[in-house]
Ligand binder design. Sequence first.
Ligand code: GDD
Length: 316
Amino acid sequence: MRVLITGITGFVGGHLTEFLATESYQIYGTYLDPFNLKNLSPSQQKATFYPCDLTQPEAIEAIVKVVQPDEVYHLAGMSHVQKSWSLRETTLKVNLFGTLNLLESLRKFAPFARTLMVSSGEVYGNVPLDLQPISENSPLRPLTPYAASKASLELLCHPYIYGDKLHIVIVRPFNHTGPRQDPSFVCSDFAKQIAEIERGLREPRIYVGNLDARRDFSDVRDVVRGYQMIMKKGQAGEIYNIASGKAYAIGELLDILLSLSPTKIQISPDPNRIRPSDIRLLLGDNTKIRRQIGWEPQIPIQDTLRDILSYWRERI
Ligand code: GDD
């Protein structure tokens, strides 16, 4: 089984590679930044890596032609909601036109590949409280350039699914975190600050943004397991939420992390961390993936946060 992972050296790509490496897959992956090839775990190193800027059609075309994948996990993309406000063009170029280039390559050179397209729970926008948890049937109301790029990606897939008959399944992951996540994302950000404080590298004060936002967090290791299950069992054209079905205020996650540290730490609001628009509550309905795919989350958030903090304590 030949698997192609776009964005293989990213946070999710790394965890997916480790997960798939436990089975007999030949894993190939594309990466953009050679820096990310450092610090790969032994199981990640078994994969074959190709440099590839997805916005260059000939780059991905050459790789699809050579690899002839049976399965494609499309993870590459601009994943940062906040940064998408200042990187609107890049966000669209990578998430939409990069996906177009991948789809064209698949249509021409690997039309029988099964493909998992990664969208986001952000596409639902601010859903009224009485309509939460959010099911896959909720309308798309993207509020950020990032969410708009993911909603566009989903629509772009339609002609390839219904016209060209490619086997594409779309997944909408809600928030996910775990060891190795970039510290620009909230759990990793807080855990890194705590580890730096414990080492005496900064004063005992943690800087935070909007602690009232409520999000549905899964462990990345549960999410990549879900991706593989959807790859195996998902129907072409179907859309699946991946969500824990539980929402936590960001302040509650901060409290859990702080409770794991022996150091007394002050909390300081930082206006630069407040976003132009921030969804109040994003809570996913995971009924469909439970019933049709048989996935359910296994790792409690407390364990995830402990592992993230351990990761930063080892690194700093
Ligand atoms: N980064 C950060 N830093 N976020 C903070 C902070 C802080 O100091 N304080 C509060 N927050 C809040 C943000 O305002 C947001 O409401 C929430 O924490 C989560 O932020 P992120 O971890 O940066 O994730 P995100 O929700 O913007 O996006 C993630 O989830 C999406 C799915 O819901 C990303 O993983 C996306 O790629 C993914 O699609």
